[in-house]
Design a protein around this ligand. Structure first.
Ligand code: ZN
Length: 84
């Protein structure tokens, strides 16, 4: 298996869990086609928290019209999401 790829791809906006300030994405490691590990730095200089978060594609809502046979993503179960 090849080592994870590193890049600076855009990542979702995240707030620091401690002080609630915005956190900047400083590195993204592509673990697989459906999983990225993202490093964040809190922008609050008094806080200084640096943390890792995962971005994972979990379920398909609408199937792709050009599917890749190597990509296996579970279909979302809309019935399971209902309450009552
Ligand atoms: Zn913080």
């Amino acid at each position: 298996m090849s080592p994870p790829k590193r890049n600076q791809a855009p990542a979702p906006g995240v707030k620091c869990p401690h002080c609630k300030s915005p956190a900047n994405n400083t590195r993204t490691v592509v673990v697989s086609e459906t999983l990225k590990e993202i490093r964040y730095h809190c922008t609050n200089e008094k806080c200084g928290h640096i943390f890792l978060a995962d971005l994972e594609i979990k379920r398909t809502l609408v199937p792709s019209d050009c599917p890749n046979a190597d990509i296996k993503i579970p279909q979302h179960d809309f019935n399971a999401a209902k309450t009552n």
